[in-house]
Design a protein. Structure first.
Length: 385
């Protein structure tokens, strides 16, 4: 059945930043969530704002069972991302978001639906061909979502809850492996921005050549190519093969310079969330054609003085971001000039190779976890085809 009648649509708070935002939470303000506070189906309270209480209607405060959704964004990959609200809270949400408030006692079930592949495909159809990606009440009310009896719905939710628990448990284990590698890196090399070992150093642009990604509008049909986009960067250090990338359809085949090659390091060049800018990973397309979006910038390493895994882990160190942008900088664009200012220590190759051996051992465990993770995601797609 359609969602119309099963949910109430609540618009986000409209405000003027210069007038209605407070510098900190006080008696006259509420915490304000935005699209960047919706992460992997959960609410994130990093980088929140505080809006004057006078701008907020009572129904715009989050309630247990609400589904908070990004309703408007310049990026189609962000439009529609959602999170289930697990408790009543004196917190509101901005105008680029909306809340769907279930009326029929199915919030947990609908919370799962809004993480499903089926929902994602429906949102892509709604946004197809539109330069402005806005979801309105009618966009959600027209969605056709299976309606179960209460007992069957509880069974479905039980299965999906178990899968979510496995998914999050696997994600936690993968995070622990990353922490292990980070600790080993610091133990061997210290803070790369400080170069406490007094090794020779080199600027990024002296190690290779930079090139911005291609700007394009994806079509419904055409030449389909794997494309590395900002959404592919989360919690990844390396991408092996093109199956881990998104897809785009282009009118014509891009020029050779826009294709990725093994050992390329790709950075997030521009994003509304400034914490993502500067994040990097290494790609290994393994000879298959793949491009990267205009929100990214590529560094093609041409020096034999540095091993790719060492360089990627060095660039992922928090102090290297400060070296790129400066402390406290509100910069949301990375460019070649900024990258030319980044100096990376270059340890002797035997030291780098020792670190690579350690990473290779950790990657054996990572491979098994990723295999299990892939099976969990496949099960989700079977349940919501």
């Amino acid at each position: 059945m359609k969602l119309k009648g099963r949910v109430e649509y609540v618009r986000g708070v409209t405000y003027k930043a210069a007038v209605d935002l407070h510098e900190e939470l006080d008696r006259g303000s509420y915490i304000l969530l935005r699209a960047n506070n919706i992460q992997d189906g959960r609410l994130s309270f990093d980088d929140v704002q505080y809006v004057d209480k006078s701008k907020v209607k009572p129904k715009q405060l989050l309630r247990k069972g609400d589904i908070l959704i990004c309703a408007s964004s310049g990026s189609k990959s962000l439009v529609g991302k959602a999170a289930l609200v697990e408790n009543d809270m004196p917190i509101t949400f901005g105008a680029f978001c909306c809340v769907l408030r279930p009326k029929t006692g199915e919030p947990e079930y609908l919370g799962h639906y809004f993480q499903s592949w089926q929902y994602r495909k429906a949102i892509e159809r709604v946004c197809s061909g539109s330069n402005i990606n806005n979801l309105k009440a009618a966009s959600f009310e027209s969605l056709i979502v299976p309606l179960y009896s209460k007992s069957d719905m509880l069974s479905v939710v039980g299965v999906l809850d178990a899968l979510v628990a496995q998914k999050r448990g696997t994600e936690s284990q993968l995070e622990l492996l990353d922490t292990l590698v980070k600790s080993r890196f610091v133990e061997m090399f210290g803070d790369p921005a400080e170069n406490t070992m007094s090794w020779d150093s080199a600027s990024l642009t002296s190690l290779g050549r930079c090139k911005n990604g291609m700007n394009f509008k994806s079509k419904e049909s055409g030449i389909e190519l794997p494309c590395l986009g900002v959404g592919d960067f989360k919690d990844r250090t390396f991408i092996n093969g093109v199956s881990e990338m998104g897809r785009v359809n282009l009118d014509t085949m891009p020029s050779e310079g826009y294709f990725l090659k093994d050992r390329d390091i790709v950075f997030v060049r521009s994003n509304g969330n400034k914490r993502l800018v500067g994040r990097c990973l290494a790609v290994f397309p393994n000879g298959e054609k793949a491009v990267y979006s205009g929100f990214c910038i590529r560094l093609r390493i041409e020096s034999d003085r540095v091993r790719i895994p060492y360089l990627v882990w060095a660039l992922r160190h928090p102090s290297m971001r400060q070296q790129m942008f400066g402390r406290g900088a509100n910069v949301q664009n990375l460019n070649q000039k900024l990258m030319s200012n980044v100096e990376v220590p270059i340890p002797p190759l035997p030291e780098q190779d020792c670190f690579l051996d350690f990473v290779a051992e950790v990657d054996k465990s990572r491979f098994n976890l990723l295999k299990a993770y892939g099976s969990i995601i496949a099960l989700f797609r079977v349940l919501f085809p």
